[in-house]
Design a protein around this ligand. Structure first.
Ligand code: UGA
Length: 455
């Protein structure tokens, strides 16, 4: 089976299932780099996968659409759908221009499938446009959203919870069934739905996960005030099969190229359909505010002000095992600390290059020890494995101050405190912020009961 995709992304390299696969991208530098074996993003396992398939003649890269489009049985639209400036909707201009460029070259019985995350109704619109452009063509349009996470995209692809295919024709169903046969043989569920259901499911899944994270983040705040431990609460509720343990790790707020964009686009779709998702609107608001609250937490940990303080930041990417900085909490937190007078020293195993372009006046270092030298406060922003393995006592000795703000709960508070740190975790009933919050809460409660007694 011959496949072609427009737009390079980590996800589509793993689509090599059967037959051959041509990746078309307009960016000449990117394509010539890929031809030379240079993968433009950091994604564990992707370089091996590409190398293996290129050497076996199953995968190739080009900037020219005509010939691969003509040969294709399946054409994937895999271009970006960023948030449109000003209104929060998904910008579909790249999807439609890829379609227009491909249309004149497509051959009979081709299946055009979206991989890009697109709002409900887009498959129908693609079909309408393609019919107008090529009235002579027999084709099917499918929706085939992906559920891969950055950092584990290759494994997520080979071991999916499900493969979702939205179809409305026998041609689409048959071609997609054949494509995913190798995964079906490994017992991966291949789920066929209507195209609208597939399109909406992608957004609903991301919005649900964003909601789950936001929920545990708020529970973490509550834990601090009432003296509970969020790790214990997450594990207690997560062992209920109806809730599940995944995506219950509190942190500085979700980021990345998907959740913020998809939550925003889903909110717009729902408002337009006059069926607003008030719960998801609140999730978006709480998550935005959380990133600011995390900067304030660092300030509080630093003694109420970061003016003239040096802060060492471990990790700037939105999650580990990626070099992606899109919507990373660091992009809100670092500039806020700088605006309040802090000097920032940072390190990140893969994020230095992209981080360097987006964050100004940051001094970059090779690892945690170098970044920590002379710092007043140490902050863990991204839970890279490298940071779990550090010698905390040695890092403490390199620092001027003794404050450790662990926004990913990477360390145990007892271990950090034994290493000489004043430890500020997230939602840890026994850590410094929890004790501070609790005493504030108790004072407020006493004050309230005093007022009530007076009244
Ligand atoms: C997400 C989804 O998990 C994928 O299923 C989906 O295919 C992808 O978006 C997409 O739409 O393409 P991704 O953005 O790569 O994947 O990363 P996640 O692992 O979902 O993490 C997203 C954000 O949530 C990160 O900032 C992460 O730190 C945060 N997070 C995640 C938490 O704060 N707590 C958790 O328990 C999990």
């Amino acid at each position: 089976m011959e496949q072609v995709t427009w737009g390079w992304c980590r996800l589509h390299a793993s689509l090599i299932l059967a037959g051959t696969f041509t990746c078309v991208d307009k960016d000449e530098d990117r394509v010539s780099g890929l031809k030379d074996g240079h993968i433009p993003i950091y994604e564990p396992g992707l370089d091996d996968l590409v190398e293996r398939n290129v050497s076996a003649g199953r995968m190739r890269f080009t900037t020219s659409i005509a010939e691969p489009a003509e040969a294709a049985n399946i054409a994937f639209l895999a271009v970006g759908t960023p948030i449109r400036r000003g209104d929060g909707y998904a910008d579909l201009s790249y999807v439609y221009s890829a379609l227009e460029e491909a249309a004149p070259h497509l051959s009979q019985d081709v299946v055009v499938s979206t991989k890009s995350t697109v709002p409900v109704g887009t498959s129908r619109e693609i079909e309408r446009r393609l019919r107008e452009l090529r009235p002579d063509l027999n084709f099917a349009v499918c929706s085939n959203p992906e559920f891969l996470r950055e950092g584990s995209a290759v494994r997520d692809f080979t071991h999916p919870d499900r493969v979702l295919v939205g179809v409305d024709s026998d041609l689409g169903r048959e071609v997609m069934r054949r494509l995913y046969e190798p995964l079906a043989l490994r017992n991966a569920p291949i789920v066929f739905t209507t195209r609208e259901s597939a399109e909406l499911s992608k957004y609903a899944a991301n919005a649900f996960l964003a909601m789950k994270i936001t929920f545990i983040n708020e529970i973490a705040d509550l834990c601090e005030v009432v003296g509970a431990d969020v790790n214990e609460v997450a594990s207690a509720i997560g062992s209920d099969g109806r809730i599940g343990p995944k995506f219950l790790h509190p942190g500085p707020g979700y980021g990345g190229s998907c959740f913020p964009k998809d939550v925003s686009a889903l909110i717009r779709t729902a408002r337009e359909a006059r069926s607003p998702l008030t719960l998801i609107e609140q999730v978006e608001k709480v998550n935005t505010e959380r990133k600011i609250a995390m900067a304030q937490r660092i300030e509080e940990a630093a003694g109420g002000s970061v003016r003239d303080k040096t802060i060492a930041i471990l990790g700037v990417t939105f999650k580990p095992d990626t070099d992606d900085m899109r919507e990373a909490p660091s992009l809100v937190i670092l500039p806020m600390l700088q605006s309040r007078g802090a000097t920032i020293r940072a390190c990140d195993p893969q994020g230095r290059e992209n981080g360097g372009e987006l964050l100004s006046n940051v001094a970059w270092f090779a690892d945690a020890s170098e970044a920590a030298e002379g710092a007043d406060v140490l902050v863990v922003l991204t839970e890279w494995n490298e940071f779990r393995a550090v010698d905390l006592a040695q890092i403490r000795r390199l620092m001027r101050g003794d404050v450790l703000v662990d926004l990913r709960n990477v360390y145990r508070s007892a271990v950090a405190e034994a290493a000489g740190f004043s430890y500020w975790g997230i939602g840890r009933g026994d850590s410094a912020p929890a004790r501070t919050m609790r005493s504030l809460y108790q004072r407020a409660a006493l004050h309230k009961s005093g007022l009530q007694a007076d009244a």
